[in-house]
Design a protein around this ligand. Structure first.
Ligand code: UGA
Length: 338
């Protein structure tokens, strides 16, 4: 099978490429702006990598969409501070550029596995979010934070309509706070430059205070990337076409923790790594309002738990890595790499 991964050097793309090369005989056509996370495979005969931009390298992309059996368009801005700072960049990249790719998949009858997001559920009140029943709840249009959620939601809807009315072959998957090595750049010191786990780890390693936004009572289900990639591999295999026209939440409902608990766990686990005891002992946790951290156009999501019944029924998938182990593995990947 030939797999096209746009954004192969990203968090999900690089882990997926590694797993495909280890476990299958598939070929990978890969595009990204950089290749630092793909160094392990750049000389592999089964990988064809182009250092490029989905907004520029249109011909290369169209050629490979046509050639590939399946396409994963994984290029997107996915850090909440950016939704507030530059909503139009999010719209252009996450929506417009990706729509072009989806249209090409339709044109060449290439199967698309599209990354939707846990964020589409927004401020949904349901105890567990269900792909086929939960309402998707966004705040007012003046709160630019929601442009990512909204752009992804509209693309989900376009993809589903193209599937129903024009024959697009698709599967949507919704990662719920996947964490692991390579989730953002650990060296970005600026607050809000990374998602929370990388942000906290960078602060801890540089001996800067960790900031709990609004006290850190908001909760997330932290899912280890290895569990996420296992689900994606099952989607790629698509046995008996079971994943066609499907939507899957991919998250770990048992790893539901507050951001405060995340901070405390990270400090505790860091202390177990030889040479890092002092940094853990010196860790400081401070609090700040969301408005001062992100700006007035931000709103938070208080709780977010996936129902993974559909992934269990169709893919036979359940997550295996518990919260503390997920945190430990994520820290280990960074401190060993230091
Ligand atoms: C993320 C991003 O929108 C996407 O990467 C993705 O689609 C989705 O979640 C996902 O992975 O499921 P969110 O969980 O809000 O959204 O992003 P984080 O930046 O990781 O923030 C998590 C929570 O930590 C938020 O409540 C935020 O206010 C808080 N936070 C963040 C802090 O308390 N302190 C910080 O320094 C940073």
């Amino acid at each position: 099978m030939d797999v096209l991964i746009l954004g192969a050097n990203g968090f999900i793309g690089s882990h997926l490429t590694q797993r495909i090369l280890a476990d299958t005989d598939w070929k990978v056509f890969a595009l990204d702006l950089g290749s630092d996370r793909l160094e392990f495979c750049l000389d592999d005969k089964r990988v064809r990598f182009l250092e490029g931009d989905i907004a520029i390298n249109h011909e290369w992309i169209e050629y490979h969409v046509r050639r590939a059996d399946v396409c994963l368009p994984l290029v997107a801005i996915a850090t909440p501070a950016a939704y507030v700072r530059d909503p139009l960049a999010v719209f252009r990249l996450d929506f417009e550029e990706n729509l072009r790719i989806v249209r090409q998949c339709l044109k060449y009858d290439t199967r698309v596995i599209f990354p939707s997001t846990s964020e589409v559920y927004g401020m949904c009140d349901d105890e567990q979010f269900d792909e086929f029943a939960s309402p998707l709840v966004c705040g007012p249009v003046t709160k630019t934070r929601w442009i990512y959620s909204c752009a992804k939601q509209l693309l989900d809807r376009v993809i589903i309509a193209m599937g129903r009315d024009e024959g697009l072959r698709y599967t949507l998957f919704r990662p719920f706070n996947w964490i692991g090595s390579g989730l953002d750049s650990i060296d970005e010191a600026k607050e809000g430059s990374s998602r929370v786990v990388t942000q906290f780890l960078g602060h801890l390693l540089r001996e800067e205070p960790i900031t709990l936004v609004d006290g850190g009572s908001q909760r997330r289900c932290f899912t280890h990337v290895d569990d996420g990639i296992e689900a994606l591999m099952r989607i790629l295999h698509n046995e008996g076409g079971a994943c066609d026209a499907q939507i899957f939440n991919i998250g770990n409902p048992d790893n539901d923790h507050s951001i405060k608990e995340l901070a405390e766990t990270m400090v505790r686990v860091l202390a177990d790594f030889p040479g890092y005891e002092k940094r853990a002992a010196n860790a400081r946790i401070v609090e700040r309002s969301a408005e001062s951290y992100y700006g007035a156009e931000y709103q938070d999501i208080v709780h977010r738990v996936p129902s993974i019944k559909n992934a269990g029924d169709v893919l036979g998938w359940t997550p295996k890595v518990d919260f503390e182990d997920a945190v430990r593995r994520t820290i280990a990947a960074h401190v060993v790499a230091q």
